[in-house]
Design a protein around this ligand. Structure first.
Ligand SMILES: [Zn+2]
Ligand SMILES: [Zn+2]
Length: 230
């Protein structure tokens, strides 16, 4: 069973989410340093952007506990195994972004967890994921910006962010959620929110959804039963 998700960081300043199961830990991203990385069984990295896997931390980690499972940056792998978990199945799928990027499906201790971030065209994944989304227990998904908010902004990288190789908007994710066959019991964690391109009202569009959802914040822990942030 998944018990809690510890959020070291979420968003463009650094992403790091630690999933605590009954018998193991899986870390998603390494955009911030986890002091207890040795307790993590698997480390999953979606792509080589600084907020997910900074080169500076690679250098810092290199001589320490990661050396056994970081062979070389040239041969970048997305999944690093520290201590093997029995009956844990992790699969990857391509996620459209400006650099090669993957999402993860984790099947462990009766949980089906889907992780998607930094996705320029979330609707293009519906067909690929339809056999997975119908059995999910948790969905961890990027909602980066508010379409209305970013349109009026002067942000230099605006065209890239809203492109098919950029990031997901609240409207894109709402469409995605209404078109996939997600079980009502699935709990949703919205991640990678942009501070500048969302406002406090942004997420109210998700109120129409029949799901239990939380917007991730830095340095918070989400307890899974009940689904609440502490
Ligand atoms: Zn990112
Ligand atoms: Zn990225």
């Amino acid at each position: 069973m998944l018990n809690k998700i510890h959020i070291l960081g979420t968003g463009s300043k650094g992403n790091c989410y630690i999933l605590h199961f009954d018998n193991g830990q899986i870390q998603l991203e390494s955009g911030l340093k986890n002091e207890n990385l040795k307790d993590v069984n698997y480390l999953l990295i979606s792509h080589l952007h600084e907020d997910h896997f900074p080169m500076v931390s690679y250098k810092k980690y290199k001589g320490h506990y990661l050396k056994t499972f970081f062979p070389s940056i040239e041969k970048f792998q997305n999944i690093y195994e520290n201590k093997k978990l029995e009956n844990c199945f992790i699969s990857m799928f391509n996620v459209p972004h400006i650099v090669p990027n993957v999402g993860f499906h984790i099947n462990f201790e009766n949980e089906n967890i889907l992780y998607i971030t930094d996705c320029g065209d979330i609707l293009s994944l519906i067909d690929t994921l339809k056999n997975i989304t119908c059995k999910l227990t948790y969905l961890i998904i990027e909602v980066n910006y508010d379409s209305f908010q970013i349109k009026g902004s002067q942000f230099f990288h605006k065209d890239y962010v809203v492109s098919n190789l950029g990031h997901s908007s609240n409207v894109d994710v709402l469409k995605f959620l209404s078109e996939i066959n997600l079980p009502r019991t699935c709990k949703i964690l919205f991640i990678h929110r942009s501070e500048n391109h969302t406002n406090s009202k942004t997420y109210t569009i998700f109120d129409i959804l029949p799901y239990n959802w939380i917007v991730a914040k830095n340095k918070k822990t989400i307890y899974c039963k009940p689904w609440e942030e502490i």
